[in-house]
Design a protein around this ligand. Structure first.
Ligand code: ADP
Length: 712
């Protein structure tokens, strides 16, 4: 709006100053003329006459009304435009009338709208005079009885006279009123548009719900291929239309200031993973992976609007997937460097955006590829809405991109960190990594390996990453000492399943638990996983906290929960084999029984050396696992007695494998000294116990075969 009341053009001030000085000069001359000697008068008269002419000429040339009052506030002179402004009341412009008399007279004549009646006039005059004393130099704008607008500006000169300008601003005022009316109309129209859009969106959405819902039901019935295709087209088109309707509605809401932002605790990591999980299937359809990169010790709970943040992330990640055909898309979350909030980055390896379009893509309905043969559909509203939402949240959104290489959108949000609500069942506190854990990571995507390796290392785990199944197999042959492995499912040439199978079938590779990470939901059930040698499977994107928990579980269950890794090859050696286990520790009893039992061995468990000795003659075991320390009779003595029994009865010595937590050489020597065949130190790995037993069983079989042959 044009503010007329406060504006005094500099030219006006200058004019007032010049005229004020001239008034002073005229009055000075008049005084000089009156008091000076007569011989001077003729020259002074001439000067005076010249000055008066000049002065009258000057004020006549002023287009605005001009008026002069003397020090007693009596009107001295006024120009023609001034007189015209008060034309219906010429008396008001009588020389010698005081300012007070003028305004009273004008008010009485009805010149000032709204001022009628004696009291009102008295009050008006009193106000005007008080203002005149205190507000010289202040601009007043008033309306005359005939609807014109005058701007009054009076200024006191140094000599105490008053010089005034009256400018007719009726035209300006009319323009201003027109503009004001136009603005009000525009606002009303915009409000009406927003309401209309909101109503329309609602009206459109309701029947669309019916269309999509029914089409989905229909697609679940038995349809031939064509019918299925028609139904799917209905569903896809409706979904696209729904996105447009939602975008338009959101956009108009933001534009009309009808969008409010919540301020409540929310789990930002959860929000990010949810978005990634939501869009991962559509990325997977294009052969893309959605990676999530969050430092393992990043705070998770902040105050803000999770719904709106989710909306922005869906927009950005949706675009990243839409405009990328090869490579990956990644969402990163980091704390702001000054710890005053968070930074979110959505990066892709897609088509990118040309430099000249970087600024305009955030405008409504702007798309890089604007022509009618657009390859990618969309409304061009997503980024406009995202930017407005980020603005509303007090943050910033920035874009870096280069065509052919990809784009990176960075959102900085000033969110306040807060503690999680008591009811939240978010990730547990940081657990400690199993000591000395060494993990092999196999993933073709370098970014995934980096993220996993970085987080696992920060957690205290030693990692080795390789990019393919082939590289993993080669590594495992030369360096088999891993406690567990994490395999990506989708890899070119050899996928995670195939790799696990090869590891399982390779006798040179020791068994270890394998965790499968998959970005495609293949509904892996426990049996399938076990059959393929996996201890567990997680869907990508997986929170690092979830991966941590899975590692803990797999490692601690490993001895109990048996993936079949590495077992099948030796299985025949165990079938119907009688194994005597002398072990007083209950957990070890269960563990050994499970390992051997599932391979088909016939296992007898005793708890002391004495029980072992007693059981031996009747059982006639093919192999004995003998704990060294046991109550009643220890393993060393029991072994001695068994060997004596064998000699006494002409039996060939049965393999006896010592089980002990003491692994020093002298302990081994002691065991050998009493006739034990071999030695297994606790804690033992599943693969070790199987290998050891199967090795001795094979030897026995060989010996038996030889003996049988020599008897023939
Ligand atoms: P649209 O509905 O067209 O995706 P947006 O406002 O979300 O509307 O995006 C505007 C335009 O910006 C897109 O049409 C596209 O040309 C460009 N754009 C946005 N994100 C990307 C991206 N990740 N890679 C390449 N171009 C992008």
């Amino acid at each position: 709006m044009v503010n007329l009341q406060g504006t005094v053009p500099n030219s006006e001030a200058l004019l007032l100053l010049i005229l004020g000085s001239m008034v002073g000069a005229v009055i000075a001359f008049a005084i000089a003329r009156f008091f000076r000697p007569s011989f001077l008068r003729s020259a002074e008269d001439r000067d005076m006459a010249t000055l008066t002419t000049l002065f009258e000429d000057a004020i006549a040339a002023i287009e605005d009304g001009f008026v002069l009052y003397d020090a007693e506030d009596r009107m001295f002179i006024a120009n023609e435009p001034f007189r015209r402004q008060f034309a219906p009341y010429p008396e008001a412009v009588t020389r010698g009338w005081t300012y007070e008399r003028q305004i009273r007279y004008l008010a009485e004549q009805g010149f000032i709208p709204g001022i009628t009646g004696k009291d009102n006039i008295e009050q008006f005059a009193a106000d005007m005079l008080a203002k005149r004393q205190s507000e010289f130099g202040v601009v007043k704008v008033f309306k005359t009885h005939d609807g014109r607008w005058l701007r009054q500006r009076d200024k006191k000169t140094a000599a105490g006279n008053v010089v005034g300008l009256r400018t007719d601003i009726t035209e300006l005022k009319e323009k201003e009123e027109e503009l004001e009316a136009a603005r009000a109309d525009a606002e009303a129209a915009a409000r009406a548009k927003a309401t209309f859009l909101a109503n329309m969106s609602h009206e459109i959405r309701t029947p669309m719900n019916g269309i999509i819902g029914m089409a989905e039901l229909l697609s679940g019935t038995s349809l031939d291929d064509d019918q299925q295709m028609y139904t799917q087209t209905v569903i896809d088109s409706c979904s696209a239309l729904l996105t447009i309707v939602n975008d338009i509605l959101d956009f108009s809401k933001v534009e009309e200031g009808m969008m409010s932002i919540r301020d409540e605790p929310f789990d930002v990591q959860e929000c990010l993973y949810n978005v990634a999980a939501l869009l991962a299937p559509s990325a997977a359809k294009k052969g893309l992976e959605v990676c999530t990169d969050i430092p393992h010790n990043m705070a998770s709970w902040f105050r803000g609007d999770s719904g709106r943040l989710r909306q922005v992330l869906i927009n950005l990640l949706g675009n990243a997937i839409k405009f990328t055909s090869e490579g990956y898309v990644v969402i990163e979350l980091t704390p702001q460097s000054d710890a005053r909030g968070i930074v979110l980055r959505v990066r892709d390896t897609g088509i990118g955006i040309p430099e000249e379009k970087l600024a305009t893509v955030f405008s409504a309905f702007e798309q890089v590829d604007n022509d009618s043969t657009r390859q990618y559909n969309g409304t061009g509203l997503g980024l406009a809405i995202s930017r407005r939402l980020v603005d509303l949240m007090g943050g910033q959104i920035q874009l870096q991109s280069s065509p052919g290489k990809g784009s990176e959108f960075t959102i900085t949000l000033p969110l306040e960190e807060c503690s999680p609500p008591k009811s939240s069942n978010g990730p547990k506190l940081l657990s400690v990594a199993p000591a000395g854990l060494r993990v092999l990571i196999v993933d073709d995507l370098q970014l995934n390996r980096l993220i996993l390796e970085r987080n696992l290392s920060a957690w205290g785990v030693e990692t080795v990453g390789v990019a393919s199944g082939k590289a993993a197999l080669a590594l495992l042959k030369s360096e088999p000492d891993f406690d567990m492995a994490i395999f990506d499912f989708q890899m070119p040439a050899m996928d995670g399943m195939e790799l696990a199978r090869r590891v399982k079938d390779d006798p040179d590779i020791p068994g270890f638990p394998i965790l499968l990470l998959s970005s495609v939901d293949r509904n892996f059930d426990k049996d399938t996983l076990q059959r393929h040698g996996f201890a567990a499977a997680l869907m990508k994107p997986a929170r690092f906290a979830t991966i941590r928990e899975a590692i803990h579980r797999v490692i601690s269950e490993h001895s109990d929960h048996q993936p079949i890794t590495g077992l099948a090859i030796n299985k025949n050696a165990f079938e119907n084999c009688r194994i005597l286990v002398a072990e007083d520790n209950r957990t070890n009893q269960i563990l050994i029984t499970k390992i051997l039992g599932q391979l088909g061995a016939d296992v007898t468990v005793v708890e002391t050396g004495r029980e072992a000795l007693d059981a031996f003659p009747n059982l006639g075991p093919d192999l004995i696992l003998m704990d060294v320390f046991m109550p009643e009779m220890d393993g060393l003595e029991a072994t001695c007695r068994i060997r004596e029994h064998e000699v006494a009865h002409g039996l060939s010595p049965v393999p006896i494998i010592a089980l002990t937590a003491n692994s020093a050489q002298e302990d081994r020597d002691k065991c050998r000294g009493v006739g034990m065949t071999d030695f297994l130190s606790k804690p033992f790995r599943q693969k070790e116990i199987i290998d050891k037993i199967s090795g001795h069983l094979a030897e026995t079989t060989q010996t038996d075969l030889c003996q049988a042959a020599s008897h023939r």
